[in-house]
Design a protein around this ligand. Sequence first.
Ligand code: F6P
Length: 366
Amino acid sequence: MKEIKRIGINTGGGDAPGLNAVIRAAVLAAVGRGWEVVGIRKGYNGLLDTTQTMPLTRDTVRGITHLGGTILGTTNKGNPFSYPVRQPDGSIRAEDLSDRVLENFQKLQLDALIAIGGDGSLRIAHDLHLKGLPVVGVPKTIDNDLESTVITFGFDTAVTVATEALDRLHSTAEAHERVMVVEVMGRYAGWIALNAGVSSTCDVILIPEIPFDMDVVCQKIHGRYETGRRFAIVVAAEGAKPKGGELATTGEKEAGRQEVHLGGIAERVAQEIRERTGYDTRSLVLGHIQRGGTPTTFDRLIALRFGAAAVRILAERITGVMITLDPPKVRSVPLAEALSRMKSVPLDCDTILTAREIGVCFGDHL
Ligand code: F6P
């Protein structure tokens, strides 16, 4: 690999609080080494159309550590290997535009790319690396579902927001003697539901790793009402599903997007509780509020450490890797290894054991 003088940075996939902190640390660490930095806008779009780039300097990254979102913009529809292109007849067809990404990378005179993203964006980074583009990945996701890092930034903020919302729902649920069923994000992993649910003392936590039985859920709720605690809070991860049942999806499949959109489990569960128990029951979806706004101190610090580490790794001429947190160290692992497995909640983990011991029901048994 030749000497590094100029690097690109992009952010891809769903945003996560802490992205701007990564960008700031990476830019300052790079500029401090005398490198130039180019911001690639909206995932890989800036490498498909070079007008979608911006210089990143000390000035452009001033005062952004605490800001949510990303100054570079992001998208989860822009996979250059399968890019939605409108055809002359008006239809949309997926085309492989990855060669254009490599050409523009040369045209912009970049020596390496720091790709900040979740599993989808990092898979694209890995495929581009296999085609010869030097890349270092920085893991980002509020879902915390990447195996080779102890934690990703954004997760702590999402759990904090969800915990506060669940805390607030206790008083209104109690006032009305209601059951509240709250849907949180996390895709196929139950980390947000588990951590927020235990921290805010929910009565029932439904996660994808433990298929639930509605009889058990209703018995648990009924038990509370019978013993005078005439309200209940249920938190459901969006990927939770009943034993032998299906995932709840919105049915939307946007062009250029690989994954289905999850959503609707809270209302499904609420409806069943209403029908089976007769208790007044409401459902709500926390949605993107979990990803918005200021990152927690914890997320900011991890994000800053990841950004600076990505530049340090590049300075050692190491590419094709992803930054990981392996306490107390931040180090790197090969992208191929990092993306090989999803991190689910282990059923014997301490948080699950603790939850069961303090009376939380996971819908499998009382
Ligand atoms: O992966 C992050 C995440 O927030 C998931 O928890 C959620 O399922 C998904 O993104 C939502 O995606 P979108 O931003 O497209 O609605």
